[in-house]
Structure formats: structure tokens, C-alpha cells
Design a protein around this ligand. Structure first.
Ligand SMILES: *Cc1c(COP(=O)(O)O)cnc(C)c1O
Length: 686
């Protein structure tokens, strides 16, 4: 017993160290170390290693420490050490300028299911950006918000209506370290008086990268101020504005307290754009520049990534809401209030838009796929009325995903556990590749039967996955809009088909909630051939993108700026079947997956109804004539040869091209280093 306790304390120290860095989320074997301690509890705790450790006694841990467990622990520790010592891409790069540091700001970060401060693709992209920056060794520091109640949990009531629950994030049970400092941000109270609001700061480690998460739940702050960082995208416009002031202005002040001076600032979407005001104030007040020189310096050193053509995603604020909060700061920058407001407008009657403001104050701007960049150039052409639309300065860097986070265990084992080499997929035998895929599929079915109460799924059936936010433009209902045709496919006993659907509707989106209800209603009549899986989050996403056969995506082109879940599927050999929108317009080739409809002309005038009607026709044609035949065409070994060939191309080619390792390298070469050099040039000219 005492020996158990002694061993337990030693094991706790080792596991606490692993749990204290989000590298556990991509290091093979690391998460399993915690799962093995108490599988059921670990699953209930959303795979939160720190929380699990806090519930186990040293005695419990001591008993878990079998020789076999010790060996697994040793392997994980070796991997972490090897990773820390490995020379990185950045280390080996010629030309690493002095003082190069990127400050990366985002309103959400999706690092792991256990830290639910993300709501979807934007956050997970930011998380994957940090993971790849760590892997590549790029000097980068990240800033975000620490929401007290993060991403909501979803369940359905008896009427199949989405019900949201917002569990609290308990800081003591998260691998966050409090940073002892309390910078302040001035926020206007209800009477319009500025109040100094104190900011709490916690640090998360993401491999080599530090992420600083800010909150206002600090003692001494008035009640309304403490609530500012309560929920992700929660509250009214005023609260959202306050969150963005905390992120942008507070974020710069936190970096300064840490003694950090990024040479390049990157805003991942416009939510953080207020950091420009604080940076400008520093240049004017602390460095004595005049307003225009300060603006030039800001622009030269700022990168802005726009993420959506959906109007609601491009935030605007009533200038009168901004004024009491920002006017004093803006004045210190040498701006008249009205001049400042102009920076956020395209047309005179517009409200203050974060995207125009971000575009006007960044010399480097990009969309997240080639198609999206071209749509963005058109969308914001009025900001540069004198240049042809193709010369609007918004370039493209296509999104990616972090391979080591999303690649399934069996494939990882075959492609290289420490640094997976996806092109090795071409060397795998048909049998090995199919076995690996079937293993992932079995694990998915086991997982959803255990966690989502959905038994009765068929491992032999062609399994289609459709999981994403239920935003209107994503058209989750498209497949279900031809009920008879779908029923015919689902009733074919020779070619069994099943469809797994998951996703959350925005809490205020009643239309999205109605679509969920229609899907669930349809599913009820299909004897488990269509199943809605509640509570889509990163664990379910990981299982789905590794274990289904086909990843379906039917957005209304060109509204899907990039999409990233299809990339996660592709690198696992799950074939995409998608509208040629976002990344798939670049990634698709007939030997890598399936295209629904054609490229079309994005400027062609079709009503949404016409577009939906064309697309649903094309969707059924591709399912009936391409997807089902290819999957059920079997050779004498019972394997689908054409399908397996496509899986290889998908893994080796799409997996490499649409990785955040490629994406971050592109940000470094096309944006960060040029911005760093431009700033140096501006400084040299002074
Ligand atoms: C990857 C991911 C997303 C983004 O998927 P899209 O294809 O961009 O819609 C959203 N939510 C979760 C949980 C994810 O893992």
C-alpha cells in the first residue's frame, strides 16, 4: 500500500507534466495513458487529463503502474523528449531575421476537447496553426480569451429541439497556469463612464508555443465587467464589443507586461482588430510618431486573415456603441472620432465594420482558399475603387489541418508514428490499408454506441458522415430534401448504406434548429440507417473523420470559405464527396474523391432555389452513379480496388497539401517574413 502511494506520487508527477502541455493531444500514446487509468471517467470528463488526475488518489495511481503501463509511459516520455530536441524547419531555414516574432490573435482556439473555448472551424484552425508553428519551430506567441462557459453542450428534447447547456470551465481542472499580472482595459459602464477593468491571464502550453488566455473574472471588477468573458460569442452587441476590446487592447498590454514585442501581428479574423488602436497609441504617445507615420508602421507589420463571405460573419458595430469605449484612446492616437470611424466603413452610411478596419490597417491580407480570396476581392472591391478587382490586395493562403492531431492511430502506426510521412500510403498493401480503415470504422461504431447511445450500426454498410455547424449556407437538409430517392438508396439490401449526421445550430438560429428536427424526424423512420449524433465536438469529429467511408459536404457555393473537416477526412483515406467550394475546388481530382456538380461561374445569376435544385440533382447522381458503385465493386479478395486506389491518393496528396504545416510555412514565407522586412524598412527610413 505505501509502496503504491509512493509509486503513485512519482507517477502523478510524470503524468502532470504530460498533462500540462497540449502536446498530449497529438503525441501518440499520450491520451491513452490517461484513458487507461479510468476509461469511463475520462470519457465523462471530455478527455481532460488534468481533471482526471485531480480525482485519483496516489494509491489509485500506484495500482495502475504495472510494468506494461510503465513501458508505455516511458515511450511517450521518449517521444516528447525527442520532439523537444529535434531541429525544426525554422532552425534549418536560411535567413532567420533577428527579433522576428509573430503575435497571433484569435477569439477562439480549439486545441483539444478538454478546453472548450472554441465553437467550430475558426477555432480549430487557430489551434492547428499553433500546433504546426510548434512543430516547425516558428517563433510565435498567441493571445485569446478564456471563456468561463465555453462551447455549449447539445442535447435534443422530446420534441427533437436542440437544448443548450453551458458547463463552467473550472480553471483548477485545466492545464492552465495563472500568470501573476493584472493589466487593465478601460471599458465604458452603462452610464458611459470609463472603468478600469482588470484582466486575468492564464498560460497554456502548446508544444513550444505559449498561448495567453485573458478573462475579466477578476476580483475587484464590477459585476458587469466580470461577466464580459462569460461565454463564447455570448451576450449582446455591447458585450461582444467589450470582449473584443479585452482581446485586442488587453492582449497587447499583456504582451508588453511579458516583455514581448512581436515584429508581426496576425489577426485571425477581425475580432481582434482593436489591437491596432492600442499599438497606434504606443507609437504616437510612447515613440512620438505622428498619426500617419504610426498608421504606416502598423500596416507594414500586420497580417489579417478574413474567414467568411457570410455577411453575419463580418461583424459591424454601431459607432455610438464604440464611442464611449474608444473615443479617449482614439484621441490620444491623434484621430478625430469621425476620421477614425471612417476607417471601419466602406460606404458613408455603413456601421463600423471590423473587416474594413482590419483591411485598412493591414498591408498583408488573405482569404482561406483561392476561391474565397477571389470572392473576398470582389466583396471588398469598394475599399480600393481605383484598382481592377483582380488587383485588390487580398491574396490566398488555403487552410490546412494538423496531421498529427487528426490522423488515426492505425494509419499513424503504418505511416510513421513520430513524423508521419503520408506519401508512404502508396507503399501500403491493399490488405493493410483496408484493415486499418476497418479498424477505425469499428472504433467509431463502438464509440458512438457507447457515448451517443446509437447501437445497431452496420460495419459493412457504406457509411457517409455529415458533421458541421447547422449554418444555413451549409445546407444540412439538402440530402434529405428528396425523401423518396433517399429512402430507395437506404432500402437497397445489396448495397447497404448508412448516414451519420452531427452538428450544432447557433443558439439563436431557429431555422438551423428546425433543420436538425427534420433530420431527426426523417432518421426515425429509417431503422438506424440515418442517425443523428448529438453534441458534435472534437472527440466525435476525430472518430468520424477517421472512421466513416465518405465525407459529405454540400455548402451553397461560394459561401464555404475553406472548410477543414474534409481535409481531416482526406488524410485518413475517407473520401470526400463535396460541392466544388472552398478547399475542395482546389483539392478535387477524379482519383482523389467525388465532386458534386461543376465549377460553374460563381457570378452566374441563379436564385438560391435554382442552385439548390441543381445541386440536389447532382448530389444524387454522384451517389448513385459513382460513390455506391465504386465502394461495392469488390475483387476476389473481397476488397474494393478502385476505392483503395483513391484512398491512397487522398491520404498522400490531399493530406500533405492541406496540412497546417504547409499552411504555416506559407504564412511565414508570404506574409510574416515580408511583413517583418517591411517593418524593418520603415524603421530604417526614419
Ligand atoms: C474541423 C471541425 C469543424 C470545422 O469543420 P468545417 O468542415 O470547416 O465545417 C467544426 N467543428 C469541429 C468539432 C471540428 O472538428
Amino acid at each position: 500500500m505505501t509502496e503504491d502511494v509512493h509509486d503513485g506520487a512519482t507517477l502523478r508527477a510524470a503524468l502532470t507534466e504530460i498533462a500540462g502541455n497540449f502536446s498530449f493531444s497529438w503525441t501518440p500514446g499520450a491520451r491513452q495513458l490517461f484513458a487507461e487509468l479510468d476509461r469511463k471517467r475520462f470519457s465523462e470528463l471530455l478527455h481532460n487529463p488534468t481533471a482526471l488526475l485531480s480525482e485519483l488518489t496516489d494509491g489509485d495511481l500506484g495500482r495502475a503502474l504495472t510494468p506494461e503501463y510503465a513501458m508505455k509511459l516511458g515511450r511517450v516520455q521518449e517521444r516528447l523528449e525527442a520532439e523537444a530536441e529535434r531541429p525544426t524547419w525554422w532552425d534549418a531555414r536560411e535567413g532567420r531575421p533577428d527579433g522576428f516574432l509573430v503575435g497571433y490573435f484569435s477569439a477562439e482556439f480549439g486545441l483539444d476537447e478538454s478546453l472548450p473555448v472554441y465553437s467550430g472551424g475558426l477555432g480549430i484552425l487557430a489551434g492547428d496553426h499553433l500546433k504546426s508553428a510548434s512543430e516547425l519551430g516558428v517563433p510565435l506567441v498567441a493571445v485569446g480569451l478564456n471563456y468561463f462557459r465555453g462551447y455549449f453542450r447539445q442535447r435534443l428534447d422530446e420534441g427533437d429541439r436542440q437544448v443548450e447547456r453551458y458547463p463552467r470551465n473550472d480553471g483548477a481542472r485545466l492545464p492552465l497556469t495563472l500568470v501573476p499580472m493584472a493589466p487593465t482595459v478601460e471599458l465604458a459602464d452603462e452610464a458611459g463612464n470609463l472603468v478600469s477593468v482588470r484582466i486575468g491571464v492564464s498560460r497554456a502550453l502548446v508544444g513550444r508555443i505559449s498561448l495567453y488566455l485573458l478573462d475579466t473574472k477578476v476580483e475587484g471588477n464590477p459585476e458587469w465587467a466580470r461577466d464580459v468573458t462569460n461565454t463564447l460569442y455570448g451576450g449582446d452587441r455591447l458585450n461582444r464589443l467589450r470582449q473584443e476590446l479585452v482581446l485586442g487592447i488587453g492582449g497587447v498590454r499583456v504582451l508588453r507586461r511579458l516583455g514581448l514585442d512581436p515584429s508581426v501581428f496576425h489577426m485571425n479574423e477581425g475580432h481582434s482588430a482593436f489591437f491596432q488602436v492600442e499599438r497606434m497609441r504606443e507609437l504616437v504617445e510612447d515613440e512620438g510618431l505622428d498619426r500617419d507615420a504610426a498608421l504606416e508602421r502598423l500596416r507594414a507589420s500586420t497580417v489579417f486573415t478574413t474567414h467568411t463571405p457570410v455577411p453575419a460573419g463580418n461583424e459591424v458595430f454601431d459607432p455610438e456603441l464604440l464611442r464611449p469605449n474608444l473615443a479617449p484612446l482614439v484621441e490620444r492616437c491623434g484621430f478625430e472620432w469621425d476620421e477614425f470611424v471612417e476607417l471601419g466603413k466602406v460606404h458613408p452610411d455603413d456601421a463600423f465594420g471590423m473587416t474594413p478596419f482590419a483591411l485598412r490597417t493591414s498591408a498583408f491580407a488573405n482569404g482561406v482558399s483561392k476561391l474565397h480570396a477571389s470572392v473576398s476581392r470582389e466583396m471588398w472591391h469598394d475599399l480600393w475603387p481605383d484598382v481592377p478587382v483582380d488587383d485588390v490586395p487580398i491574396t490566398s493562403i488555403t487552410n490546412g489541418v494538423h496531421v498529427r492531431t487528426w490522423l488515426g492511430g492505425d494509419l499513424e502506426g503504418m505511416l510513421g508514428t513520430n513524423t508521419p510521412r503520408l506519401e508512404r500510403a502508396f507503399d501500403l498493401s491493399d490488405e493493410d490499408l483496408w484493415d486499418a480503415h476497418r479498424g477505425s470504422k469499428a472504433r467509431l461504431l463502438e464509440f458512438i454506441s457507447r457515448t451517443r447511445g446509437a447501437p445497431g450500426l452496420d460495419p459493412e454498410a457504406l457509411t457517409i458522415g455529415f458533421a458541421r455547424r447547422f449554418a444555413t449556407y451549409k445546407r444540412a437538409g439538402l440530402l434529405f430534401s428528396q425523401a423518396e430517392r433517399l429512402a430507395a438508396l437506404l432500402g437497397d439490401r445489396d448495397r447497404p448504406l448508412q448516414i451519420l449526421v452531427a452538428g450544432k445550430a447557433h443558439p439563436a438560429d431557429d431555422a438551423g434548429k428546425d433543420v436538425i428536427r427534420q433530420v431527426v424526424d426523417f432518421a426515425r423512420g429509417t431503422e438506424h440507417r440515418v442517425v443523428f449524433l448529438p453534441d458534435y465536438e472534437m472527440t466525435l469529429a476525430r472518430r468520424l473523420v477517421q472512421g466513416v467511408d465518405v465525407w459529405l459536404n454540400t455548402p451553397r457555393r461560394p459561401m464555404e470559405a475553406s472548410g477543414t473537416s474534409g481535409m481531416k477526412a482526406a488524410l485518413n483515406g475517407v473520401l470526400n464527396c463535396s460541392i466544388l467550394d472552398g478547399w475542395w475546388a482546389e483539392g478535387y481530382a477524379p482519383n482523389r474523391g467525388f465532386a458534386i456538380g461543376g465549377e460553374g461561374d460563381p457570378r452566374a445569376q441563379r436564385t438560391e432555389e435554382e442552385q439548390d435544385a441543381d445541386d440536389v440533382e447532382a448530389l444524387y447522381a454522384v451517389l448513385e452513379q459513382q460513390v455506391l458503385p465504386a465502394f461495392f465493386e469488390r475483387d476476389e479478395r473481397g476488397l474494393p480496388p478502385r476505392w483503395l486506389a483513391m484512398m491512397r491518393h487522398s491520404i498522400a496528396e490531399l493530406g500533405t497539401e492541406f496540412s497546417t504545416n504547409r499552411m504555416v510555412r506559407e504564412y511565414v514565407e508570404k506574409m510574416y517574413l515580408p511583413a517583418h522586412r517591411d517593418l524593418a524598412a520603415v524603421l530604417a527610413a526614419v
